[in-house]
Structures are given as C-alpha cells and as structure tokens.
Design a protein around this ligand. Sequence first.
Ligand code: EPZ
Length: 416
Amino acid sequence: MDKIIIHGGKRLEGDVRISGSKNAALPVIVSSLLTDGWNIIHNVPDLADIRTIKRLLSGFGAEVEGGKTLRVNAGGITSCEAPYDLVRTMRASILVLGPLVARMGRARVSLPGGCAIGARPVNLHLKALQAMGAEIDLRDGYVEARASRLKGAKIYFDISTVTGTENIMMAASLAEGTTILENAAREPEVVNLADVLKGMGAKIRGAGTEVIEIEGAKTLRPVEAGIIPDRIEAGTYMIAAGLTGGDVNILGCRPDHLDAVTTGLKETGMGIIPIDGGLRVVGSRDVTSVDVKTLPYPGFPTDLQAQMMVLMSIGGGVSVIKETVFENRFMHVNELTRMGADITVDGNSAIVRGVSGLRGAPVMATDLRASASLILAGLVAEGTTGISRIYHIDRGYEHIEKKLSSIGADVRRVKG
Ligand code: EPZ
C-alpha cells in the first residue's frame, strides 16, 4: 500500500487552487438518476469516492462518461441494486435510495454499516421515505424499498442530517404533491443540489435554511450544472498555511462558505485577507490556543476538527475541542500523541495542551479527515513522518501531495 513521506519544517507559500467539493459532487451526480437524458456536470473532483459513485451508477445501467466534466445518462437504467462491496467503501452510496425509489419505484441498497467515526445509522433517511409512502424492509443487510409513487409529506429530522436532507430532497422532487423538510441541513452542498434539482424542473424553496419545501414534478429534465468549491479542502490548506507560518493564496474557494473557519483561525492569530478569487492566509509566529465546538453548518465544520487539533497542538496554551456531530471522531488523537502532541480525550471533548513542537513518526490513517490531520502534523513536525493507509486521503483530497509540493512542502508518495 502507498505511503506519504513528509520532511517537516518547510514554510508554505504560493498559490493553491481548490477543487470541486466531494460532498457536493456526490449528490449532484446521483441526482442524474432522476432524469432520462444526458446531464453535464462541471468541476467534478478527481477522487476515489467519485470513481465509486460512477461505478455505482454504471452498475445500474446508466451511461457515465468523462472526468472533471462528467456526462451521465440514466435513461436506460435496468438495475436498482447497490451492492455491499461498493456501498461498504463509501457510505454516501445511500444517496441513491431516494432517487431510485422516486424514479423506478424500487431500490435494494446495502446498509452502509458503521465506520471509523461512528455508527452513522441511516434511520432518518428510511423514516422519511416511509412517511412518503415507501414500504421499507431490512433483509440480509440490505434496505429494500418500494413505492408506486412517493407522496409529499411533512418531515421533521430529529437530527439535521446532510445526506438525509439530500436524499429526501431528491425523492421529493419526483413525488406527488409537496414535501416539507423541517430541521433540514443548511450546508452549501445542500444548496448546490437544490439549484441543480430546480434546473431539472423541481420547485424548491428554502434550501440553505432549516425548512425546505419541495413541490414534486411528474418528470425531471436533464441539466448542465457546476459543482461548488470544496470548503473542507480550502480549510485544510488554510490550516496548513497557519501551521507553517506560511503565506498562501487559497484560490477558487468560496469565502462565504468559510465564515466560521475564518473567524476561528483569525482568533488563533492567523491573517486571512480576501483577495481576487479567494483568500490570502498568513500564518503567525505564535499560535493562540482557542476552544472549538463543531456544529452543523454554519457552525465550525466537524470535517475540519482533526485539522484544527493539529494547529492547537502547537498553540501557546490549552484548547478544548468539543465534537458534537459524531460520537467517535478522535481517532487521530493517538497518532498525534505519538508525534509529541499533548491531548487528553474526555468523552466528546479533547483537551489539547500546546507543546513547543511535534516530532516526525510513522503513523497510520484511520479515516479521511484524520489522514489530512496527520499530513498537516507531518508538515510542521521536526524530522520525517511516514503515513500509511493513505487510501483514506485519496477519497477526499485531489492530488494532495502535488498541491502541497507546489507551495513548498517536502512531501512525496511512495509505492508501498
Ligand atoms: C455528511 O455526512 C458528510 N458526507 C460528512 O463528510 C460530514 O462529516 C457530515 O455530513 C456532517 O457534516 C457527505 O456529505 C457525503 P449526517 P452524513 O447525516 O450525511 C446522525 C467527509 O469527511 N444520523 O449529517 O452521513 C449521524 O450519525 C464526510 O467528507 C443519524 O443518527 O452525516 C451523525 O451523528 C465525513 N441517523 C449526525 O446525524 C441518520 O439517519 C450527522 O450526520 C443520519 C444521520
């Protein structure tokens, strides 16, 4: 298995361009299932998860062509089964459930199973589809769903679930009547999907707020759409600049999607200046320790918690990081501790006492964002860091070692 080797201590400077958002591209690509004809999707990132969703749609019989500009035609789908061997590699596969039931009247989707950061059930997705008239059975580890035609319903999500909101918004776009989603997720990726569905002919109001109203259509037409920049990738590079006392232009990002991140990073002493086409990020010599609490958007994103922990590990004081979204998202703590960080986990809080510096070490990635935090730690650590199981990183960061090298990092991928 490949490894990433980093020689730390290099100051990052220059321009880095942000790719399309993984978490926006996945639901937008899946939404092609709702239409009969060629959908054209621009700014799709080159990631393992994107290759997985393309394989999934091809398995249904959809035609899928292209890369950064993707063309998908689901006019001739014949199968409605999402197999375990694909779903287990990417939980977001559950996003096909709603569109398949809405368009084809049936679906058989493997239950995703747990993952490193938590049980991550899909009960809210299923409960909402049942409220819309779907018959749901759980059999042999699969969800089997059937509905002659979904009906609009009023749905309250006990937890504001991102893919739950996206799944049901897609299903509701072809349902009979109006669906109201309350306590809906407000993420920019939800808004990107809503814009695409509107382009297909669905009538959607309130995307980006906690109440979304969808008036279903009898059929939806294929569209040409664009994917928003990846705010989590952008935040990761902002923190990399801060960690190394660097001066980096984060180009192609959407600063308006990063308010909580920008506010938090400024409190640590970083300079964050809006520039043409993005943000200029300047690291400070001394990092101020701040407390962090992850929250659904527009709060501080859970997907940047691990990366922020690295910055706090070299802070000048003590930082309390509270993870409120997932129940087990501190898998990176043990590895960071091995690099000299001083972190104590207490339930869903981590107490991070700043140390003078980290030391390179062989470490192992456990999940996508934890692997990003290990790379960040390697950038600032003294000596060499070798990161194994980097297939995790390839799921969500496009060409990360090339992008980091282009701004001065000493990082390379070695075939394992
Ligand atoms: C999306 O996951 C993202 N993935 C995650 O990004 C992100 O961390 C998460 O939202 C939170 O922002 C994609 O968009 C593909 P949730 P999702 O449903 O939708 C509980 C990354 O690194 N819940 O918003 O799966 C759940 O267990 C990934 O790119 C239920 O209990 O997350 C969690 O505690 C990691 N029942 C909370 O809600 C349900 O039916 C929020 O989960 C659904 C969710």
